[in-house]
Design a protein around this ligand. Sequence first.
Ligand code: NAX
Length: 327
Amino acid sequence: MTKPIRVAITGAAGNIGYSMLFRIAAGEMLGPDQPVILQLVELPVAMSALEGTAMEIDDCAFPLLHGIELADNPAAGFKDADVIMLVGAKPRGKGQERADLIKGNGPIFTGQGKAIDENAAADAKIVVVGNPCNTNCLIAMSQAKRVPTRNFTAMTRLDQNRAIGQLAKHANAAPGDVKNMFIWGNHSPTMVPDVSQATIAGKSVADAVDSAWLAESFDKTVRTRGKAIINARGKSSAASAGNAAIDHVHDWFLGTGDHDFVSMAVPSDGSYGVPEGIIFSFPCRITAPWTYEIVQGLPVSADIQARINASADELVGERAAVADLLA
Ligand code: NAX
């Protein structure tokens, strides 16, 4: 029998957690033949809600689910974990600046990085969703020296999926017809959606959508989509974020296939002039389980390069702001 993969998830009783746990247990993340054990981590105050969620998961009788373990601390929750999804964090409060969020959430990831170092499988794969996800990933990575740095990633797949959704809608196509749309940079308003390599049903984006919409609205719509959803729904994106986290891990394990490449925020190796070490979203290709390569040699216009540099500068600034949390 295939050995179960242990998937630890923080913030499991939160909105994103609730939207993704059932799908992971059903096999949508790691495939229909791969058993999973869920290791759900919450704050002590949310354990009762988490127990209720676990009861519901039991009641689904998922054939692939080989166990659910609940923990109110990351040391217990990350024990022997193969995949760790760091979702739990404090949401950005009203009037709170991004810098305050970075300072407020950073310490959570120091502790979780140490817990990964001391408890997780030596080759654990990590995806950070809790914001500011790029810099939180950097903090956790710096504290977990036992785990290879390339195993640390942050999620920009939601931004990619939002871009694909917009392109498909405006081309009267299905999202599955859109290939090679990707995001550079930080998961923040400085992110850079790049359509230069994208195709829609085999056509270039310029040939498939209205040029005025592409020039004037597309980029801003993608970059401000999170805020637009909060304004409309009164709550932040949850199911779409959970879906993107599932897509991120799914492709990392099972490959990018005919998508060719996808957006993942990974430790920069200096590609495209991005300073080494910051967690930056690049186009990544996955051809073997739990590996990725940053796609090299893509043509980058002067405008996109300037925006890549600006997003990198922002991340260098964030790194400086949390210097005291980096090991
Ligand atoms: P919720 O507030 O619904 O849930 C967060 C959960 O995390 C809560 O149940 C809380 O008890 C738990 N938690 C907080 N600190 C914890 C800790 N130290 N250990 C374990 N659990 C902890 O938020 P939700 O809507 O689920 O969003 C979670 C995070 O995702 C937020 O930081 C949010 O900003 C971020 N997002 C990231 C996105 C991305 O694309 N990277 C998009 C969606 C989302 O905004």
